[in-house]
Ligand binder design. Sequence first.
Ligand code: GDP
Length: 297
Amino acid sequence: MAFEGLTERLQKTFNNLRRKGKVTEADLRDTMREIRLALLEADVNFQVVKKFVKTVRDQAVGTDILDGLNPAQQIVKLVNDELVKTMGSTDAPLNKSDKIPTIIMMAGLQGAGKTTTTGKLALKLKNEQHARPLLVAADVYRPAAVDQLVQVGERIDVPVYQEGTDANPVDIVRRGLAQAAENKNDYVFIDTAGRLQIDEKLMQELSDIKSLAHPDEILLVVDAMTGQNAVNTAEGFNNQLDITGVVLTKLDGDTRGGAALSIRAVTGKPIKFVGQGEKMEDLDVFHPDRMASRILG
Ligand code: GDP
C-alpha cells in the first residue's frame, strides 16, 4: 500500500500540533521541518518538497491562521490543498478524438508495465464505453513482447494487429492504422518498444511513430516502485516526445509514494491512471483529491 510511511509521519506531526492549544511560530517551524523530512523520506523530489514547504509556510503566516481558531486544523487543510495541487488539482481524462479512431501511443521502459497497462486500459474502455479497440504490436525487438500482447488481447477479447518481429515498427503502425480504419475500430493502442534505459535509437523510433500516427494521447507508463527513477524517466520521455499523460503502475507495491507526488510537478504532465495490481481490472483513474486524502489517512 502506497504512502504508509508518509501517512504515519504526517499523522504523528499533526497529532502533536493538535495537542497544543495555541500554535506558536516555533511550533509552525517544527511542523514544517517534520513535513519536509516526511516528504523527503517518502522519496519526493527535492525541488518539489522545497516548494511545497515554502508554499504552506507562506500561507500559514500570510493568513494569520496561528492567531485564528483551530490553527492545527487549518494547517492540515493547507497541507491537504497543497498535496492536491502538487498532484495536478483535477482529474485528467483520456483524450478523445472527434473522429475515430482515437490513437493512443503507449511508451515506457521495459518492465514498467506497458503491455499490461495497454490491456487494462483497452478493457476499461470496452467495459465502460462499449469501445472496439485494436492493439498494435510495434515492439519488434523481443519476440516475447509480441506474444505477450497477443495473449493480453486474448484475455480481454480484443484484436491485436501484429506482423511478428521482422517488419519495421513504423510500417507496422501504418498498416495497423489501415486495418483499424477498415474495421472501424474506435481506439487504437500502439504498444511501442521498451528498453532498459532511454537511448537515442529508442527515442528516434518513438518520434517516427509519433510523426506517422499523430496520436491523440501519448501515455508514458512508469513503475511507481522505482521512485525518483520513475520521475527522471518521465522527464526524459517528456523532453523528447512531449507526452500527454502518465500511467503510474505498481502503486500496490510502492510503500513510499514519491513518484506519485513528484511527476506532475516535475514534468507538468498529469498522471491519468494508476495500476494497483496484476489483474486486468486493476487500473484506476487518478484522482488528486482522493490521493491526498489517502496520504493524510
Ligand atoms: P512492459 O515490459 O512494460 O510491457 O511490462 P509488463 O506489462 O510485461 O509488466 C511487467 C510486470 O509488471 C508483469 O509481471 C506485470 O504483471 C507487472 N505489473 C504491471 N502493472 C502492475 C501493477 O499495477 N501492479 C503490480 N503489482 N504488477 C504490475
